[in-house]
Design a protein around this ligand. Structure first.
Ligand code: SF4
Length: 275
């Protein structure tokens, strides 16, 4: 279900009822799930499987854009070292499964050499971008190249940033990039800037998934796309006192009331209630 539907009054239950009514039969309930505390459900890294001696390798596909050459490399590696299976994840990454332990190192090295790193910086790991204006006729902004530029900017400003962060970029209110469940979600807009209409982004902060699930809060701040790195820097720098950007003021918010999100243990340092 799209987040936009939630805003239109749908709930999980009413959505399920509508699907079942269309299908004409009841769906089996999902298996019970222990919700993880981690905000990342991207399976990045080398993960032992239940089957002894076998591993899943999760490689990062930066901004979800993969080239034909890269997918061929991944397919060859899956075939030569695993059982030929590749899986794509919701977080726009790639999994190679059933890799024997003895092959893990060479698969990891080969993936990294072809631009599919298993370890990435926090911004690359947490960034998701929807299709954007390149291929989506509903888009107000270009998102994919922009996501690469934005993560480079942030990595440059916060080298070695280690905190878990989800940064979701979506090119219009439809929210295919799921900006409502990101720590920082930015929604594409057009605004007039210096006499010209330019790509811009509207900020929502404090969304999360897992145990501390929360819908992000629109903070009433928008800026030209070029200014987004500065705005995020002002938001994050006070949390990183040693950063060279630490003296910048945070972005302003017109919504001072506290929500369940603010009280969640995971968000205790989140500034969305105070900025
Ligand atoms: S969020 Fe909007 S711009 Fe992005 S893919 Fe969906 S419809 Fe297109």
């Amino acid at each position: 279900m799209k987040f936009l539907f939630l805003q239109h009054g749908w709930t999980a239950d009413s959505f399920l009822a509508a699907i079942e009514s269309k299908l004409g039969y009841k769906l089996d309930p999902a298996a019970p799930e222990q919700l993880p505390a981690s905000i990342h459900r991207d399976h990045l890294g080398v993960i032992p499987q239940k089957q002894p001696g076998l591993f899943t390798i999760g490689a990062s596909v930066i901004r979800g854009r993969i080239t034909p050459a890269q997918i061929r490399v991944a397919a060859d590696l899956a075939e030569h070292h695993g059982d030929g299976h590749l899986r794509a994840t919701l977080m726009q990454n790639l999994l190679l499964i059933n890799i024997p332990e003895s092959r893990v190192t060479s698969v990891v090295q080969e993936l990294a050499a072809n631009g599919l790193p298993v370890e990435t910086n926090a911004f690359v790991r947490g960034t998701v971008a929807c299709t954007g204006s390149e291929f989506c006729k509903l888009a107000l902004t270009e998102t994919k190249s922009y996501a690469r530029w934005l993560t480079e900017q942030l990595e440059d400003r916060f080298p070695g940033y280690q905190e878990d962060i989800k940064l979701h970029i979506t090119g219009c209110p439809n929210s295919c990039g799921q900006h409502w469940i990101a720590d920082i979600g930015i929604e594409g807009k057009k605004i007039k800037h210096e006499g010209k209409m330019v790509d811009a982004y509207y900020f929502c902060v404090g969304g999360s998934v897992g145990q501390f699930a929360a819908i992000a809060r629109p903070v009433g701040y928008r800026c030209p796309a070029d200014e987004v790195p500065n705005a995020i820097t002002r938001l994050l720098a006070p949390l990183k006192p040693n950063s060279r950007y630490a003296t910048s003021p945070p972005i302003a918010s017109p919504t001072p009331s506290r929500t369940a999100h603010d009280k969640s243990p995971r968000n205790q340092h989140c500034r969305c209630a105070t900025t």
